[in-house]
Design a protein around this ligand. Structure first.
Ligand code: SF4
Length: 215
């Protein structure tokens, strides 16, 4: 099986396994997803979803957050960890949105990448989830599972994994596949325990079980 054939098979099987795969960060506005994605670094989505409620109760708009005292943002987001740097990035990012984008989030990948605290993973998530454009979000689950399954071989660098996946995944499938890899990584192909290969829907095609996949 080639890697492209493997990718298509993985996409189809995970679609059946997780038909409703979606982002697990709560948001009703693009700028709120930007905030949540920054807070989600080294923190669970569940905790972020709780913490942002306090943040938006006090600062309900881009403008309010752009004008907020960074120390006050830090005090609210501290439970997510890395409070100082996350508060600094959120403040700087909201200032740019307010001053340059009329409180909107740009629907351009390169413009997103220029926002403070926004890397390729976050920019891809926004492009895919908010704007419905092709996206590949290489978070920890995507990287781990792509290597185990054999979609990539021994690549850990997020950008390199992303570039390798772009070559074998139909663009329109990337965003949802990545959400499903998160589901599968949490439920079955886990990081902290041995993966539950015996109950995995990819068991018979997975490289972890000795199957080789050509380029
Ligand atoms: S077979 Fe095992 S290693 Fe492969 S994807 Fe499934 S759980 Fe992960």
């Amino acid at each position: 099986m080639t890697k492209q054939e493997l990718a298509l098979e993985v996409i189809e099987r995970l679609k059946k396994e997780y038909p409703d795969a979606d982002c697990t960060l709560d948001y009703d506005n693009a700028w709120k997803l930007l905030v949540s994605v920054r807070l989600a670094a080294q923190c669970t989505d569940a905790r972020v979803n709780v913490v942002v409620q306090d943040l938006y109760a006090k600062y309900p708009t881009v403008e309010a957050l752009a004008n907020a005292d960074v120390a006050d943002i830090e005090a609210i987001v501290r439970p997510c960890g890395l409070g100082k740097s996350k508060a600094r990035d959120i403040s700087a990012c909201m200032k740019v949105l307010h001053e340059q984008y009329h409180d909107n989030v740009p629907d351009d990948f390169d413009a997103l990448l220029k926002l403070p605290g926004v890397g390729r993973k976050s920019a891809n998530l926004i492009m895919g989830d908010v704007f419905g454009k092709p996206a590949i979000v290489t978070d920890t689950h995507c990287i781990r599972l792509s290597n185990r399954i054999g979609l990539v071989d021994g690549i850990k660098d997020p950008k390199k994994v992303e570039m390798a996946l772009w070559k074998i995944i139909p663009p329109e499938e990337g965003n949802e596949l990545c959400h499903r890899l998160v589901n599968h990584g949490r439920d079955v192909c886990t990081a902290r325990t041995k993966p539950y290969c015996d109950k995995c829907c990819l068991n018979d095609i997975c490289a972890k079980n000795g199957l080789e996949h050509s380029k």
